[in-house]
Write a protein that binds this ligand. Structure first.
Ligand code: UDP
Length: 241
């Protein structure tokens, strides 16, 4: 298998995927590893849009548990995703991959605003587009952002890169020795079984818009490329099995 099976993909990187072993902050080595894996895919001629999370820096829900107003805490989380996006852009451009960051909250000194048609144009020119700032709305997640942007730019798949797990399990594999990994699932099963792969808003959006999802581990070098080449890795979630 040397030909990619997708032309345009959305890569969802959780904040944790950029923090490496520490689980918080930004790890320079992880940025380089991720950037190189993205480069491998770009070199296959695949258009790559990246949605970055922010959980390695700030999560709205934890902030609100500490007494900060939920919407304010969520805006802080959205700002955290911008920091990750800039770090990833830096990592990509250092190895010669042209990259644009687009934010859903305007910060024109830092990055372009999100403009759908412009994002598509960048992709067509072979640039990696990093979507930062989530959806721009509190009470949402960057998983939902990945589903929304994938639908908007007509990406064929969402590649959900995880830091600690290599797919979707029936229970938390770190807590339950009997947890089993699924090879295939439907979004309805994800919703009905309450599987923690992504939040229900994101799952419904993928289901309603027929956007398949591949969940896999980013810590195994070369996995993004494997997914793009159609190799069987991780767990595939789609509308019907
Ligand atoms: N967030 C938000 N709206 C969005 C996307 C993100 O309010 O559309 C906030 C939310 O507080 C979230 C934080 O940004 O906790 C970081 O995003 P997320 O938790 O999705 O990051 P990940 O888990 O992928 O690292």
């Amino acid at each position: 298998m040397s030909e990619p099976v997708y032309k345009r993909v959305v890569l969802k990187l959780s904040g944790e995927a950029l923090s490496g072993q520490a689980g918080y902050g930004i790890d320079a080595g992880m940025i380089t590893t991720v950037a190189e894996q993205v480069q491998d895919v770009v070199e296959l001629g695949v258009e790559v849009a990246v949605v970055v999370g922010g959980g390695n820096i700030w999560r709205g829900i934890s902030g609100s548990a500490k007494g900060i107003d939920r919407a304010t805490a969520d805006y802080m989380g959205m700002l955290a995703t911008v920091m990750n996006a800039l770090a990833l852009q830096d990592g990509l451009e250092k190895i010669g991959v042209p990259t644009r960051v687009q934010t859903s909250i305007n910060m024109q000194q830092v990055a372009e605003p999100y403009i759908r048609r412009r994002a598509i144009r960048h992709l067509e020119k072979g640039r990696v587009v990093i979507f930062a700032g989530g959806t721009g709305n509190p009470y949402f997640s960057t998983d939902t952002t990945a589903a929304l942007r994938a639908a908007e730019i007509e990406a064929e798949v969402i590649l959900m890169a995880k830091n600690k797990v290599d797919g979707v399990y029936s229970a938390d594999p770190f807590k339950d020795a009997n947890a089993e990994k699924y090879e295939r699932l439907t979004f309805l099963e994800v919703l009905n079984k309450g599987l923690g792969v992504m939040d229900s808003t994101a799952s419904s959006l993928c289901m309603d818009n027929n956007i398949p999802l591949i969940v896999f581990s980013i810590t195994e070098q070369g996995n993004i490329k494997r997914a793009v080449l159609g190799e069987k890795i991780g767990t595939v979630v789609q509308g019907s099995v």
